[in-house]
Ligand binder design. Structure first.
Ligand code: EPU
Length: 418
């Protein structure tokens, strides 16, 4: 297993280019199962998670070609309908094949993902929504066995909580259903807008993009399309925070500032100077880091996927910051590791109270999930001394060329075999 070694304390200086979003690319790839016609996806990031979902598609009989960041997927030979435990256990987003498989083949057998490091993360909303569309769900031997007699039927679905992949699964099923489906309290994350754009390009009829009410008029079949994956807003946010943490100055390119309203507001409050262009962000920090309070919320609220990283930034302020996690019940696994680097953080239920100490010191650390690992990178970049981050496979899941991108902006960072 590899580890990342960072000699901290150097300000980031230069330009960082953002890759396509992991959480957009995964549903776009899954949506290519909906039709035998080939799909072209542009700006696809090279990540462990995108490779995992492609491996899953391959196990279903799908072929694909990747040329740089352009991916062409041909699912004309889709013959299998089973996503095995071996693949689903390594990436719970594999559950995204459920909606398209049932819509295209009338049958899907997908391993239940089980709990994960950040919470229980059930998929009951996905299953209840599919049942409303006429799917018969059998849960046995750890698998969801989903079947439908004939075609899916449009219906009205209400989500208790706006679920991101739940909304995506229902969208992908409903586009081929007979009649109209209405999704109420749908998630509004930009990644869903990206999926809707792809589906519309394929011939789907969907109204309500970017709102919490989606109306899907089912069509008989879908066609070939081409779509670009949106820039990764979480990668963008992670690098903005890293620049702020190191007191550096950088231009972040190929990003979409409009997708980060709450983060930009918080970072300005924390003392960062941020200039927004159409696809760029110029960020710098000269003065001290000010403490801000953060509460994670569904989009356009503060993203849970940036909670760990902003907590690392807050440990470097000289004030008190309360960070409230409302999306996942167990997403403070980075706290203990940040404390090993000198942070003072107390967890009380779903709140973390950070007493900024103005500095961190390097240490060997490890994390149990992707974004917690990213927060340790932020901390390591700002800390005095050497930080060694183990379990790099978490970062490989969601950050395209993290070490290369940071090494090119003046950071002393390398990857080593453990
Ligand atoms: N929930 C249920 N039942 C369901 C679905 C969700 O109770 O059937 C609950 C969850 O347990 C959670 C809340 O609803 O408390 C919201 O979860 P959501 O379904 O929106 O999360 P997700 O779709 O499983 C996606 C991202 C996550 C991101 C969350 C929240 C993908 C592939 N994953 O997960 O990304 O944290 O939305 O924004 O899009 C990451 O990239 O590190 C990551 C974890």
């Amino acid at each position: 297993m590899d580890k990342i070694v960072i000699e901290g304390g150097r300000p980031i200086q230069g330009e960082i280019t953002i890759s396509g979003a992991k959480n957009a690319a995964l549903p776009l790839i899954a949506a290519s199962l909906l039709t035998p016609e080939p799909q072209t996806l542009l700006n696809v990031p090279d990540l462990r998670d995108t490779r995992t979902i492609l491996k899953l598609l391959q196990s279903l009989g799908v072929t694909w070609k990747k040329n740089g960041t352009t991916l062409t997927i041909d699912s004309s030979n889709l013959g299998q309908h089973e996503a095995s435990y071996d693949l689903v256990k390594t990436m719970r987003a594999s559950v995204l094949v459920l909606g398209p498989l049932i819509a295209r083949l009338g049958r899907a057998k997908v391993s239940l993902p089980g709990g994960c490091a950040i919470g229980a993360r059930p998929i009951n909303f996905h299953l209840q929504g599919l049942e409303k569309l006429g799917v018969k769900i059998d849960l046995k031997e750890g698998y969801v066995d989903a079947t439908v007699d004939g075609r899916l039927q449009g219906s009205t679905i209400y989500f208790d909580i706006p679920s991101v992949t739940g909304t995506e699964n229902i969208l992908m099923a409903a586009v081929l259903a007979k009649g109209t489906t209405i999704v109420k309290n749908a998630a509004k994350e930009p990644e869903i807008g990206n999926l809707i754009d792809m589906l519309i390009g394929m011939g789907a009829k969907i109204e309500g993009r970017d709102t919490d009410k989606l109306v899907i008029h089912g069509v008989n079949n879908l066609k070939s399309s081409s779509i670009a994956t949106i820039p990764d807003r979480i990668e963008t946010g992670t690098y903005l925070i890293a620049v702020g943490a190191t007191g550096g100055e950088a231009t972040i390119t190929n990003c979409n500032p409009a997708h980060l309203p709450s983060l930009l507001e918080k970072l300005r409050g924390a003392g960062l100077h941020i200039k927004e262009g159409a696809n760029t962000l110029h960020v710098s920090r000269k003065g001290p880091i000010r403490s801000v309070d953060v509460k994670t919320m569904p989009y356009p609220g503060f993203p849970t996927d940036l909670q760990a990283q902003i907590m690392a930034l807050m440990t470097l302020s000289n004030g008190l910051s309360v960070i409230n996690e409302t999306i996942f019940e167990n997403r403070f696994m980075h706290v203990a590791e940040l404390c090993r680097m000198g942070a003072d953080i107390r967890v009380d239920g779903n709140s973390a109270i950070v007493s900024g100490k103005g500095r961190l010191s390097g240490a060997p650390v490890m994390a149990t999930d992707l974004r917690a690992s990213a927060s340790l990178v932020v901390a390591g970049l700002a800390a005095q001394g050497i930080t060694e981050i183990s379990r790099v496979y978490h970062l490989d899941r969601g950050y395209d060329d993290l070490v290369g991108k940071l090494a090119r902006v003046g950071v002393n960072i390398r990857r080593e075999k453990e």
